[in-house]
Design a protein around this ligand. Structure first.
Ligand SMILES: [Zn+2]
Length: 297
């Protein structure tokens, strides 16, 4: 439990790569409920640092879907596209402390090493055409979670010197998320288990930048019958904003939470009020993934 000196600050951080689907609504709802049930703030961050993957108009559509579901965030949304200076400052700090390096190794050259960059570069550095990587130590990094078992990774062996800024000049997710969580004062990260595996990388980066580590809670994500993909027609499809109550009830059921009495099920506000009052982390399914079939009674 957080201390009174550091009030709970949580967030939801969608990418504008398309409209929200039920999986992303579950993420929004879980982080919202955990924040509100602890009297915390719930901030919004638009992770728009990868223009080639973004779809015009998605950001407004996402915000509208959140509003229609009563998921109202505190303060203005932070746009990652406005944060280049902060990312550059973090890169500069890492480069000058020797914790990051410029690298012009190609994917093809790294293929010989299983695509993993470990230590010395195989190509000579071309300052005009290079990525920036974190120098990863050959040691175990551990991540802790309120729901999942601790995760121990030898980052150099399993991941390698990971990218902070890509060769095409775009900033990597790992850098932006760590810099912005700290900037927004986020001390509780509630997100899907698909991001659990990148948490030790974020821990290392937080340590290198002398930033605090938030408390993590990774809830299971929905997996399709093949273990990965969701079926397009149901769970990967865009959310229908006109059935907000049904969507919220479906998401609550997935999160193992108690549903409000039937008489309260036709109002977004009542559903959310009930859900905040009855939010129990210990009822979340403590697994990494739940099959789509878990939704059907
Ligand atoms: Zn290299």
């Amino acid at each position: 439990m957080h201390s009174p000196e550091s009030p709970y600050i949580g967030r939801f951080a969608p990418s504008p790569t398309g409209p929200l689907h039920i999986g992303s609504l579950i993420g929004a709802l879980a982080s919202f409920l955990d924040a509100r049930a602890h009297g915390g703030q719930w901030l919004l961050r638009m992770e728009n640092i990868d223009p080639p993957r973004e779809i015009a108009g998605s950001d407004e559509r996402i915000l509208n879907t959140l509003r229609r579901h009563g998921l109202n965030w505190d303060g203005p949304a932070l746009e990652q596209s406005t944060r280049s200076e902060a990312y550059d400052a973090a890169l500069q700090q890492l480069l000058s402390s020797g914790n990051a390096f410029r690298c012009s190794c190609s994917r093809r050259q790294l293929a010989r090493f299983g695509g993993i960059h470990r230590g010395a570069c195989v190509a000579s550095v071309n300052e005009e055409d290079c990525a920036i990587r974190l120098a990863v130590p050959d040691e175990i990094w551990e991540a802790h979670d309120l729901l999942q078992a601790p995760l121990r990774q030898n980052l150099l062996q399993e991941v390698g010197d990971f990218t902070l800024r890509r060769r095409d000049g775009y900033y990597a997710y790992q850098l932006a998320v760590v810099v912005d969580d700290a900037y927004q004062g986020i001390n509780h990260v509630v997100r899907g288990s698909d991001l659990w595996v990148s948490t030790p990388r974020q821990r290392l980066l937080q340590a290198r930048l002398a930033l605090p580590t938030p408390t993590y809670l990774h809830f299971p994500v929905i997996v399709g019958s093949d273990g990965h993909k969701l079926s397009k027609q149901t769970f990967a499809a865009a959310i229908d904003d006109s059935c907000a109550c049904d969507n919220l009830l479906l998401a609550l059921r997935f999160l193992g939470q108690d549903l409000p009495p039937r008489a309260q099920q036709s109002s977004v506000e009542r559903i959310l009020n009930h859900a905040v009052d009855h939010w129990h982390r210990q009822q979340l399914p403590a697994v990494m993934g739940l099959p789509e079939s878990a939704f059907y009674d």
